[in-house]
Design a protein around this ligand. Structure first.
Ligand code: ATP
Ligand code: MG
Length: 446
């Protein structure tokens, strides 16, 4: 993409309404525009990152054997009456009437609708296990929408639902989700720590939230510092292997890590003092096993193969896809702007032409652009007739991890400059070597 032909409405002024850095930078970098409280339009740069994140989520869901569907945002109240949640949900649910006076709602989550799909089409244990998921806009009329996309009213969420014959199978689905979520966040350059959460009326320890540590997080968290050493890394866990998935759960829950909802001061104090940490975190996902709550209420039964009919065991699992943009920026920025991890960056590298209109510099930029594009990479070429300082400022703000700077002086010596946004380190090298280096960096990522 050439910047002169792109739509990147970078703000010169610091937006005053933003209280936290991710919100401020998303506005300043022209990623989003507020439409009304807690509701945003996604401008090209923001939308590009949103799609990158969404793609990673899809890929990791598919890898875990989960099947994508798409359910409507507007749903009938009748279904929600069957589960009892139409009345129980309260003010967060946006209720709508159609022209016939029928009560509808904008989906805050979709357990009812997915259970309705299941009960209409699945009758036998032979069709299990089954996990259906979607990535879809949700609406929750939050009391205090704030922090930009972090706590929106409209937000984009991956929600998945597993259907299993037995509790044991459903707990495997739970563990499988835990593994796939860890992998998903790591691909985005994030460390999200699974923490035991409050399972509400269901009891047991079968819900975990995934938290990204950040000063601006809304949750207070308590953990053993050793947990931050744990990584899934390149391990290739077989998602059908119950023991292997359970082992990952055991590993990641072997260290104390809880939110204030489930915090146990006595247990916490058993950790050696130098390892005890109190911090803040951003919830980027949650997994849940809730057994037969919806399947019993809504009659989602299957033949058990022994002549009987049994309600299926279920769980639900969510990832805050739009919130993740905020969480990634909170975890990765400096005072000049965003620093995108390679896995989610909107463009793979920036090309800055220091002397637009200079025949040699223009040709060198164009050639870099073509080489990178031919390799399947997406460069953003700042071809505007602007001062170098302004070009660098824009690149730093929008946070592309790599920048190639091209100027007549370097070209005389046959070199361009390659700069890392994260470290600020630069090296001079021939254009072809810069391209090769960027290609190597993105191998297996782009
Ligand atoms: P919270 O406690 O932050 O209100 P929740 O526990 O109600 O979230 P879930 O139902 O677990 O949310 O939804 C799954 C994920 O969707 C959350 O982990 C979070 O990342 C994201 N999410 C929930 N509410 C919002 C919101 N208002 N804006 C943006 N993302 C949200
Ligand atoms: Mg939650």
């Amino acid at each position: 993409m050439r910047l002169s032909r792109y739509f990147l409405p970078v703000l010169k002024e610091t937006p005053r309404e933003a209280q936290i850095v991710s919100h401020r930078y998303m506005l300043q970098a022209g990623m989003i525009k507020q439409a009304s409280a807690g509701i945003y339009s996604w401008l090209p740069l923001g939308f590009k990152v949103l799609r990158k994140i969404e793609n990673i989520v899809h890929q990791e869901q598919e890898r875990a054997g989960h099947i994508a569907i798409q359910m409507p945002t507007i749903q009938s109240a009748d279904l929600w009456r069957e589960s009892g949640r139409y009345d129980a949900y309260g003010e967060e649910m946006l209720r709508i009437k159609d022209r016939g006076g029928r009560e509808m709602l904008f989906t805050p989550t979709a357990e009812e609708l997915v259970t309705d799909i299941f009960r209409a089409h699945v009758t036998s244990y032979k069709d299990l296990p089954l996990t259906l998921y979607q990535i879809q806009w949700k609406f929750r009329d939050e009391v205090r929408p704030r922090f930009g996309v972090m706590r929106g009213r409209e937000f984009y969420m991956k929600d998945g639902y597993n259907f299993d014959l037995t509790k044991e199978d459903a707990l495997h689905a739970y563990n499988r989700h835990l593994v796939s979520y860890l992998r998903t966040y790591e691909r985005m350059g994030l460390q999200a720590i699974p923490m035991r959460a409050d399972s509400g009326p269901i009891g047991g320890d079968d819900t975990h939230e995934f938290l990204v540590l950040a000063e601006t997080g809304e949750s207070e968290v308590f953990y053993d510092s050793q947990i931050t050493d744990l990584k899934l890394g390149a391990r290739d866990i077989d998602y059908d292997d119950h023991a292997a998935c359970a082992a990952v759960l055991d590993e990641f829950t072997s260290r104390y890590a809880r939110t204030d909802e489930t915090h146990d001061e006595a247990l916490f104090n058993e950790i050696p003092e130098e390892r005890r940490r109190t911090a803040r975190g951003i919830e980027v996902g949650q997994i849940f096993y809730f057994g037969t709550k919806y399947s019993e209420a809504m009659g989602a039964l299957v033949d058990d193969g022994k002549g009987g009919k049994v309600p299926v065991h279920m769980g639900s699992h969510g990832i805050g896809v739009s919130r993740l943009l905020g969480a990634i920026i909170e975890a990765s920025h400096d005072d000049k702007g965003i620093i995108w991890p390679e896995g989610v960056t909107p463009f793979h590298c920036g090309i800055v032409n220091l002397k637009q209109g200079d025949a040699e510099a223009d040709a060198a930029c164009q050639s870099l652009y073509d080489s990178l594009t031919a390799l399947g990479l997406e460069p953003l070429y700042d071809d505007r007739d602007e001062r170098a300082g302004a070009k660098f400022g824009t690149m730093d703000m929008i946070g592309l991890p790599w920048r190639i700077t091209v100027g007549p002086r370097g070209l005389k010596n046959g070199v361009v400059e390659l700069t890392s946004r994260r470290t600020g380190e630069s090296e001079e090298l021939p254009p072809a070597d810069a391209v090769a280096k960027i290609a190597r960096i993105y191998q297996g990522i782009a």
